[in-house]
Design a protein around this ligand. Structure first.
Ligand code: A3P
Length: 320
């Protein structure tokens, strides 16, 4: 991320000069824009896609906070949407998910691997687009487009622990590792990429209550608990429900098996492959469990975060 700010457009440099700033967990800064802490390249891409990206009603947005299960959701929805073209049976070696990391198959709106705002217009519908952006920062055109949104969040304690590990994998030897105490303190203040996590989740929670036919709100823990029924629900909301015939040959289980943590994390592409940025694909697969926070947070830390979350979510009906 070094030198990144020199490559920003004049508009973006002007914008960030007016915003509150804090140090990121990686070298570089986060800027508070519309209430959320974003790195400068996110802001640049927000500005660019406002001008260049043309949403379609048939688009499907996969929205997550980093470390909430983005890679898993991308894999499952890619397999669902493309099931006629690519047979998801687990012994099927021709499936794109066997030779590509899910991030290569479903690009992001605002970060790498990023959609090409111009070329994507030639993609056949539905387009799958991922984003970590909070609702308020999505281009107005996207909100008005009537597109489908699948939002996946995760217990903030596990999200935090996953993010802390991931950050340390991204830090070079020269940077050294960052301590759990330092990152926890800033996470509790809401200062992490796309944080505060509670406000991010609340935005989409409210949207899902207002537009349940268009916005599906999911939790990682619920997906782990009952993946079959949640996958069926995703298929319905995004407009490609599982048919009786597909049920008869266990399509849901086939997709879940293809996208399981064990299967994906053991594929060569995910064991030794890299992202164009140089990041190891294996960084996206750590433990994939619920409750790993217990191995990293002290009881005091857990209590503190629980209290913050409870207060911030208030009587919204959302709880973790
Ligand atoms: P842990 O660090 O707790 O193991 P993201 O994809 O948003 O970056 O989130 C990464 C988290 O999702 C990591 O959590 C990772 O292990 C977990 N994950 C990745 N693939 C998964 C899968 N197929 N099933 C369940 N969890 C998965």
């Amino acid at each position: 991320r070094r030198g990144e700010e020199e490559q920003l457009s004049k508009d973006c440099r002007e914008l960030i000069s007016s915003l509150p700033t804090q140090k990121d967990w990686l070298p570089g800064n986060l800027y508070q824009y519309q209430g959320f802490w974003l790195p400068s390249h996110y802001l640049q891409n927000i500005l660019t896609c406002r001008n260049q990206f043309q949403p379609r009603q048939s688009d499907i947005f996969l929205v997550t906070l980093p470390k909430s299960g983005t890679t898993w959701l991308k894999a499952m929805v890619f397999a669902l949407v493309n099931r006629t073209q690519y047979d998801p049976k687990s012994n099927q070696t021709q499936h794109p998910l066997v030779s590509n990391n899910p991030h290569e198959l479903v690009p992001f709106l605002e970060l790498e691997p990023r959609i090409d705002y111009n070329q994507i217009d030639s993609c056949p519908p539905p387009r799958l687009i991922a984003t970590h952006l909070p609702l308020i920062s999505l281009p107005e055109s996207v909100k008005k487009s009537g597109c489908k949104i699948v939002y996946l969040c995760r217990n903030p304690k596990d999200t935090f622990v996953s993010l802390w590990h991931f950050t340390n994998k991204m830090r070079t030897e020269e940077m050294g590792s960052i301590s759990i105490e330092e990152t926890f303190e800033s996470f509790c203040r809401g200062v992490n990429v796309c944080g505060p996590v509670w406000d991010h989740a609340l935005g989409f929670w409210k949207e899902s209550l207002e537009n349940p036919e268009r916005v599906l709100f999911l939790k990682y823990e619920e997906l782990k608990e009952d993946p079959e029924n949640h996958l069926r629900r995703i298929a319905e909301v995004i407009g490609c429900p599982i048919s009786m015939e597909e049920e008869s040959f266990d399509l849901v289980d086939q997709i879940l098996e293809l996208c399981s943590f064990d299967r994906l994390s053991n594929l060569e592409v995910n064991r030794i492959g890299k992202q164009p940025s140089g990041l190891n694909n294996s960084s996206f697969f750590r433990r994939g469990e619920v409750g790993d926070w217990k191995n990293h947070l002290t009881p005091q830390m857990a209590l503190k975060l629980d209290e913050i979350i409870k207060e911030k979510l208030g009587d919204s009906g959302l709880a973790f």
